[in-house]
Design a protein around this ligand. Structure first.
Ligand code: DQA
Length: 256
């Protein structure tokens, strides 16, 4: 059984998957405008994809955006994500800069979650996780493969590794090249429930993977990323459509 995780007014892992929308603008004013628009929609969580922010290497500028976001989001939980280029993001930072940016953000206490990439290495992940936990910030340990879908055993190993390293939420996104890959991701997610009670976020990207962004309640993924102004990854579904389908599935699953 997944142990539900409650942040502000949102509970992850409590039936219907939560809907997260990524902020994908590059300029401060646009990021805040985007957040204002989403604040009015029925979304559960917002992710700031800070790798797209043009001033991400300037900590003072990052702090300004965080402060404004928290004001605008009025209680909607915030995920801070710097997605590095090798995992599908827009920029690359040196290891030192990656650590220093995430550490800075954690210490502001303004983000409810930070996304830490599994492949930044064990020391980095452990270091950032321990600082985050001191600050009562949740850590999503993530991994992305934009080319292919690793075998089920490897998907499970990566999720287990994220668990062992102290992640509060375990996340993997893969790219399916055939329908069997989609099944591989779903089977891995389902089987992983034997090994952890922590909330997981899993998805297969691209058109083939769309079903995995809808079926979390069945297989064990607690959150789905919807497309905002623009999708932050291939295959994301508009929020309105997500709501409709997730509601139908939730209702059907509640019927005996
Ligand atoms: O890791 C993820 C998942 C994602 O890549 C997706 O496929 O929806 C979108 C990203 O913004 C987010 O950080």
């Amino acid at each position: 059984m997944t142990e539900a995780l409650t942040v502000k007014n949102i509970t992850l892992g409590n039936g219907k998957p939560s809907i997260c929308i990524p902020l994908t603008s590059s300029k401060k004013a646009d990021i805040i405008e985007e957040a204002k628009r989403y604040q009015k929609e029925a979304i559960d969580i917002v992710e700031w994809r800070a790798d797209i922010f043009e001033e991400v290497e300037n900590h003072a500028a990052v702090l300004e955006v965080l402060n404004d976001l928290v004001n605008v989001l009025k209680g909607i939980p915030l995920i801070f994500t710097f997605r590095s280029h090798q995992e599908g993001g827009e920029k690359e930072l040196s290891k030192e800069a990656y650590v220093s940016l995430n550490q800075f953000v954690i210490q502001t206490g303004l983000a409810d979650f930070v996304d830490v990439e599994l492949y930044q290495g064990e020391d980095t992940v452990k270091h950032l996780t321990s600082i985050a936990h001191l600050q009562h910030t949740y850590v999503i340990i993530s991994n992305h493969d934009f080319q292919k879908t690793p075998p089920k055993s490897e998907i499970i190993n990566r999720l287990k590794r994220a668990d062992e390293l102290g992640g509060d939420v375990l996340k993997i996104a893969v790219m399916p090249n055939e329908t069997e890959d989609v099944l591989e991701l779903l089977t891995a997610t389902n089987e992983m429930k034997k090994y952890t009670n922590k909330p997981m976020i899993t998805m297969a990207m691209g058109p083939l993977g769309a079903i995995t962004r809808l079926s979390g309640q069945v297989f064990g993924s607690v959150l789905t990323f919807g497309a905002g102004e623009r999708a932050s990854a291939p295959g994301q579904i508009p929020v309105q459509n997500l709501h409709q389908v997730l509601d139908v599935i939730e209702k059907s699953m509640g019927e005996k």
